[in-house]
Design a protein around this ligand. Structure first.
Ligand code: NCD
Length: 313
């Protein structure tokens, strides 16, 4: 019997699906990152010529959607975007019926973003084509974790032993969850930092060896990498969170940033909300690799799509 839902789905999902980092062996992560290093969007081999990549987005997206589209097109694939507004989803069509429809019109792979955790897993367990998770609810965002690892490794020799501090709304963040799994499999030391409403104590059970601190100063001291998360206002309903209190205690300012190592990297998956989780000048500071993360999304997603369609060599 498979021990987790992830393992159960992995058995039925088509080879090449990318549903999460949690169930992925470290060796496979390494292989994908190596493949991404070989991808050049400006001089790509048309490995996916004749293939159809369906982008199914039930939630807003700028970076993830455009970089998947550019990645697919750079490899010669055709892309079709389906968003909930303007499609039969608005008429009440179910996730599976939409998936069967996209398969019937000739999709070779489906990239899906959905507000509910497990939606890509459900699709993958019914379809005979690979499914790529572009963010499922508060669960995982595997390609963001891969592009973040790719970005760190452009500046640092290895992830093993790196002190990575993740600050902010960890509770709602699929980015944090995927990053935590990837970094922990790679030997990084992870500190999570935020108020209890956005970072409950139970977060320590995600992986072994996590540290939690409520003090931003303590979390930042000596860090090699700081990952700042967006405060997900759209998911805050029912939580007692004072944004002013958050700003006072956790906003990344230039003075707080002095506590990190001199050569530390400042990261954020975007979209950044200047004046809330970080100040304007921090977003532009020399340590910031926020724009580079977006750029690296393209080669990483090229690698993920090439792997999905068996063109990874
Ligand atoms: C994130 C997401 O949608 O999970 N953005 C992204 O994909 N780069 C993070 C967020 O919305 O805060």
């Amino acid at each position: 019997m498979p021990a987790t839902v992830d393992q159960a789905v992995k058995k039925t999902a088509t080879r090449g699906s990318l549903l999460g980092i949690e169930g992925m062996p470290a060796s496979e992560i390494q292989k994908l990152l190596q493949l991404a290093r070989k991808m050049n969007p400006f001089k790509a081999r048309l490995l996916l010529r004749g293939k159809r990549v369906l982008l199914l987005f039930y939630e807003a997206s700028t970076r993830t959607r455009t970089s998947f589209e550019i990645a697919a097109k750079s490899l010669g694939a055709t892309t079709v975007l389906v968003q909930s507004s303007g499609s039969s989803i608005e008429k009440g069509e179910s996730l599976l019926d939409t998936a069967y429809t996209l398969r019937a019109v000739g999709a070779d792979v489906i990239v899906v973003r959905h507000p509910h955790a497990g939606a890509p897993h459900l699709m993958a367990s019914y379809l005979d084509i690979p499914v790529i998770n572009a963010g499922d609810g508060m669960h995982e965002h595997p390609t963001q974790a891969l592009l973040d690892a790719f970005t760190i490794l452009r500046h640092k020799k290895k992830l093993d032993g790196m002190q990575v501090t993740i600050v902010g709304d960890v509770y709602h963040s699929r980015v944090a969850r995927s990053a935590i799994h990837l970094l922990s499999k790679s030997g990084a030391k992870i500190t999570l930092c935020g108020p209890p409403e956005l970072l409950p104590d139970i977060a320590t059970t995600l992986v072994e060896g996590l540290t939690i601190t409520r003090s931003c100063e303590e979390g930042l001291r000596g860090a090699d990498v700081v990952m700042v998360l967006r405060v997900q206002k759209e998911r805050l309903a029912g939580l007692q969170v004072s944004l002013q209190d958050y700003i006072n205690r956790y906003q990344i300012t230039l003075s707080r940033l002095r506590l990190v190592k001199n050569d530390a990297l400042l990261m954020h998956p975007g979209p950044i909300i200047r004046g809330l989780e970080l100040t304007w000048d921090v977003a532009e500071c020399p340590q910031s690799v926020i724009v580079e993360e977006v750029k690296n999304g393209v080669p990483v997603r090229m690698a993920v799509l090439a792997r999905a369609l068996g063109k990874a060599s």
